[in-house]
Design a protein around this ligand. Sequence first.
Ligand code: F3S
Length: 540
Amino acid sequence: MTEQQSSTSKQPPKMPGALPLIGNMLKFGKNPYEYMNMLRSKLGEIGEFRLFHQQMILLTGPEGNEAFFRAPDAQLDQNEAYKVMTPIFGKGVVFDAPPHIKDQQLKMLMPGLRDKPMRTYSKIIVQEVEEAIKGWGETGEIDLLDFMKQLTIYTSSHCLLGNEFRYELNEEFSQLYHDLEKGMHPIAFIFPYLPIPILRRRDKARIRLQELVTGIIEKRARKTEKSDDAFQMLIDTRYDDGTPLSPHEITGLLIGTLFAGHHTTAGTAAWITLELARNPKEMERVLEEFDQLYGHDGEVTFQSLREIPIFERVIKEVLRLHPPLIMLIRKVAKDLHFKDYVIKTGKYVCVSPRVSHRIAEIFPDPEKFDPDRFTKERQEDAQPFSWVAFGGGRHKCSGNAFAMLQLKAIYAILLRRYNFELVESPESYQDDYTEMVAQPGSPCMVRYTKRTNIQQDKAATINENSAANTESKPNCFKVEVDYDLCQGHANCMAEAPEIFQVDDKGLLTVLQEAPDNTLLKKAQAAAKYCPTSAIKINQD
Ligand code: F3S
């Protein structure tokens, strides 16, 4: 940025109505989404408001999102903005760790979210769903959000924490997790250690959870047989200097993984049923797709869960309309320039997936539930950073592949056993913004009825080696990697080892930049399953 540019940069326009001391807190606190939406319609893609003493700049739209997600940590500091997580994850863990430690800790989480363990997780999820609906009978009513919360805490803890937490410590763990979750209260953003009951319970839960984790580490150390869950990977991993993680750090990282795997998935899982029940035609298409794929008792495997295009578009549309994180925040550590504006050091800058996802110029008729907006023909999300439900850039949620796997596995089982319908009027089901993570408001009652009409005209054969069957064409294609986005997840290597190689430190090497077309499908799968969208396939 030149001096000329910086001296001509304008300050972002301000929202009127800020009161002394509390600023715009009253209106914002009542409904953060409505407030941010109003800000965009009044001020455009950049605008300022104040929460108590903190000046917040909201950026919306693909360009605003891109400026936010692409800025380096040294400029937009995630750690400062997420101090609310320190009492939950622990001191010195993730957002409270110096950048070089945080980077290593986040990399340590990745092996548990890679392709190989995912294969085991799909089996566990299927088993958990079957177990959860075992006693349902012919018909009944449930609070869908409660059901999904319970189910996803079982699936996430079973997959990521292992058998001890799932079977031996189940009830205590659920309570502790609940207390930690409640500790993510909006007030904790401003006053993380305010001595109020919910924050005290949060702190007690963190201490107890660490005691439990320490007990399991000691117990596992005495066993000869090794577990292969994410927990064990954290026990075995080492920092670059060879130091192992402490029980305090392992506890924090496990909580972090669970929050990524569970916290946002329950609400999305519930919204899928609600939106499908509101839109019977879409429900019909989804049922047909699942029936073709699995019928009444076809095996639900990791491989078969990978390509479910109609249902994948449904998930994407649900996440467009109901992104669980309505707001992501960073603290400006170095002036950020956006178009003609400068956002000054010390302010907070935020983006809102929910506001950006409802921009009519990008997503026409934005309130309509229309999964086909993501078909190849329409691709309404073609502009980068227009759909940001999982965040974007190098900090894109590492748990997104696990979240997608969970949602697909849950619905592959649920929808072949039961039909769902709403108990209340369709418009009464709305998001609740009183928590940090938006979810359908309670109660969220639905009626289920056993299905008797499964059609499986032709069982779809899932060919594990479909990639190898790609028709051979003489031409080649280009593989481009945005190394700024690559975080070493290594899903690309699992999909196309002929093209991508990732070492133990997560460093990626592209072995062939212009592979033969026989590898096209594999390369496309690598691009699709890269959690940070770092790979582009160019066929021109
Ligand atoms: Fe990097 Fe994505 Fe591969 S993050 S290692 S390009 S899966």
